[in-house]
Design a protein around this ligand. Sequence first.
Ligand code: ADP
Length: 225
Amino acid sequence: MSVELKNVSVTYPNGYEALHKVNLFVPDGEFAFIVGASGAGKSTLIKLLLREISATTGAVNVNDFDLVKIRKSKVPKLRRSIGTVFQDFRLIPTMDVFDNIAFVLRCIDKPRSYINSRVPYLVNLVNLNHRMHSMPNELSGGEQQRVALARALANDPKLLIADEPTGNIDPELSYEIIDLLKGVNDCGTTVIMVTHEHDLVQHFGGRVISISEGQIVFDEQMSGR
Ligand code: ADP
């Protein structure tokens, strides 16, 4: 679903202003890259969307949740409506592929019969059928990220946030991850992907939002190569 920031600034407790009067609208169904140098404010923006931090001023809306007014008790519901993929995969090392994905569904009390059909569907979606019962340490970085993506999609989120998803993956396999993200987007999920890899952005094209020193300095549709 959509994401909207109006005049949002974030000042950390030490007085550092990491975002300055940011205005951003990402409509339903869009694929947007967020680019910017280290320290530009990308993680701060993602933390805002997940309500890990609050805006100091301005309005933030994500998936129809007003993040300024949201009650603490509703934050888990917000987070369940967002799938997340991070650079470091964050798989549970003691669980196999099936259980890593099933775990999130068990946590939200999905019935066993649903889990037993949903997990193989998700594993197939990321082309890992042959790895269903492998442990994370038996998988390549690209495969681990595909498991993380399957897990992020388990609850059929309306918004997928991928924070540097290709940061720990061989460049040739990075394209595969973005192809998968594009496929997810084609099925209607809004995708926001943070990256500092300009090659990838130029290859795929689409909406590119560039942040520098806490401000959006570029926001345009670019054609891919
Ligand atoms: P990026 O993800 O683009 O690398 P961040 O959003 O992590 O950038 O950081 C933006 C700026 O805010 C940086 O200068 C960083 O040092 C600062 N910053 C991040 N987190 C905090 C914090 N908890 N307290 C103070 N400053 C922070």
